[in-house]
Design a protein around this ligand. Structure first.
Ligand SMILES: [Zn+2]
Length: 395
């Protein structure tokens, strides 16, 4: 498989990446509450517009995306999944490449095996989920803390038999380590299963994933690049959140934490892969109403930031190019056993050229007008040294 082209040090071309942790639903999550008990709300029309118009922007720069759908309704009514994916397709601007969208649906203590089977056995390819998402270790509507519950065991055995990946979505600001312990426990209980840890944020997560992998378990740790690039001081000072745009769950840690997340990203051993955890939250929900958690990674920003990080670590014309490719795509592709998709002829092309990340990406108002801006992307207003030069990027 082709890799970065290196003839010109100011141009980089590579196969479109595979983001294994992205939220396309754009649903507001009331995360200002600290009881881990998220209430699933009706879909907010404003968020729905975001979903349609911001979320899909630039998605053609990916080969595949695992969409972590935050709604349990998708399980309750299989038609929901069909419409969810259908929406993404219908609202996508016309472009040459389109990522294959693989949906992970929430597995809760209330999930019934029979319902899941209906969905996973679905004949309609668009209405079939790809993976299960769980919150291990929390006693809440979503959290699974009883591994001995008969229905949960039945579901897990089914997932193991069918090779359905189970994605552990550790998000609690207080309980990340608990969740990692519970994650490891689950992996050991189902030794033939396939498990993803959706956040590798510190040395503990790093070690757990590597050790499980070394012991022959099928595990993949998603690294959110922001955890390698930032520390707590970037959003929190004197106990106050000073930069809500960089607030997410799990939040950024210490310099040491960032170092280990960086190790996972840059060395790109087979058990680590790119998962941006991108989610489009409105500027209002993040800055005014509720300090909503989440960072929006526009693909046109993600690649230049990653290239700069890898370049800082070493020569992208040397061994780092292989590392970069493993991180953005190959490790995930091999882990999930997926073949290249049809649009893979299109390479992502980046050139060394300064550009400024938009302060905001626009929204489309319910009045049918373009409003002045809505989602603040990661890196807003910053000057980047690399720039995506495909038709999907701005300008
Ligand atoms: Zn997430």
């Amino acid at each position: 498989m082709s890799t970065l082209k290196t003839t010109d040090p100011n141009t980089i071309e590579f196969l479109a990446g595979f983001d294994i942790h992205r939220h396309l639903d754009g649903q507001p999550t009331p995360y200002h509450r600290r009881d881990h008990c998220r209430e699933i709300q009706e879909v907010d029309p404003v968020q729905q517009f975001l979903f349609s118009l911001v979320n899909v922007c630039g998605l053609g720069l990916f080969s595949r995306v695992i969409d972590i759908a935050n709604t349990i309704e998708l399980v309750a009514d299989p038609r929901g999944l069909y419409f969810h994916v259908r929406n993404i397709i219908d609202e996508t601007p016309v472009h040459d490449g389109w990522p294959q969208v693989l949906v992970a649906i929430v597995l809760t203590p209330a999930t019934k095996l029979a319902d899941l089977r209906l969905m996973f056995d679905n004949e309609l390819v668009w209405a079939r989920p790809f993976a299960l998402k769980i919150f291990p270790g929390f006693r809440s509507v979503h959290g699974v803390d009883d591994y001995d519950a008969p229905e949960f065991c039945a579901v897990m055995e089914y997932a193991q038999d069918q090779g359905i990946p189970v994605m552990s979505h550790v998000e609690s600001p207080d309980g990340a380590e608990v969740a990692t312990v519970k994650f490891a426990e689950l992996v050991k209980r189902y030794p033939a299963g396939k498990f993803v840890s959706a956040h590798v944020t510190n040395r503990y997560d790093y070690d757990v994933v590597r050790e499980l992998h070394a012991n022959g378990h099928r595990v993949l740790g998603a690294v959110n690049p922001q955890h390698a690039l930032h520390t707590q001081a970037d959003y929190l000072q004197d106990g106050r959140i000073v930069n809500p745009d960089l607030y997410m769950h799990p939040p950024f840690g210490s310099k040491t934490d960032a170092f280990w997340a960086g190790m996972a990203m840059l060395m790109a051993e087979p058990c680590f892969a790119l998962g941006s955890d991108s989610v489009a939250k409105t500027i209002v929900s993040k800055r005014v109403e509720s300090l909503s958690a989440g960072i929006y990674w526009s693909p046109e920003v993600l690649y230049p930031v990653l290239i700069a990080a890898f370049e800082k670590a070493g020569d992208l014309n040397g061994p780092w190019q292989a590392s970069f490719n493993r991180f953005i795509r190959q490790n995930a592709e091999s882990f999930f056993g997926l073949k290249p998709v049809w649009q893979d002829w299109q390479l992502v092309r980046c050139i060394r050229q300064q550009w400024t990340v938009p302060e905001r990406y626009p929204e489309y108002s319910s009045l049918g007008e373009w409003q002045d801006k809505c989602v603040v992307p990661y890196g807003a207003g910053k000057t980047l040294e690399w720039r995506v030069k495909n038709s999907m990027s701005s300008e």
